[in-house]
Design a binder for this molecule. Sequence first.
Ligand SMILES: NC(=O)c1ccc[n+]([C@@H]2O[C@H](COP(=O)([O-])OP(=O)(O)OC[C@H]3O[C@@H](n4cnc5c(N)ncnc54)[C@H](O)[C@@H]3O)[C@@H](O)[C@H]2O)c1
Length: 129
Amino acid sequence: MRILVTGGAGFIGSHLCERLLADGHDVTCLDNFLSGARRNVAHLEAHPRFTLRVHDVTLPFEAEADRIYHLACPASPRHYQSDPVSTVRTNVLGTVHALDLARWSRARLLLDYRMLFFVYSCVIMHSVM
Ligand SMILES: NC(=O)c1ccc[n+]([C@@H]2O[C@H](COP(=O)([O-])OP(=O)(O)OC[C@H]3O[C@@H](n4cnc5c(N)ncnc54)[C@H](O)[C@@H]3O)[C@@H](O)[C@H]2O)c1
């Protein structure tokens, strides 16, 4: 399968990329290195079935994908509290763009439940303000 991992250079994403490659998939890692690091996937960059794309998920993205693991979100409080507005943008816009891509490419999307929590929180806050 062709698999896109957003946040693929992070803690969970980099291990997931390794595992998916080992299972024989074509893996695209999309990350802007906000809280992850290129060194986390440096050992994969020469792999023939691995592609690294430096991109911010708050901007639309395209990829040929059968499955999308959407993990692009700073997970540690130090990172997600340092710029709360940017964190909300990442969760809301990043999730919308991942959903758009899933619909366009008819891919299955795996979404971290915390993203949905952020999205629903924003919708609820917006509706009561
Ligand atoms: N680590 C845990 O114990 C844990 C547990 C449950 C859920 N999660 C969730 O899994 C996901 C990944 O967690 P992690 O621990 O690997 O975090 P991490 O911070 O190590 O990885 C997140 C990755 O997303 C990237 N990223 C952040 N903003 C981005 C943007 N705008 N565009 C592109 N890439 C961006 C970061 O650079 C990083 O590589 C998070 O959504 C987190 O909430 C983590």
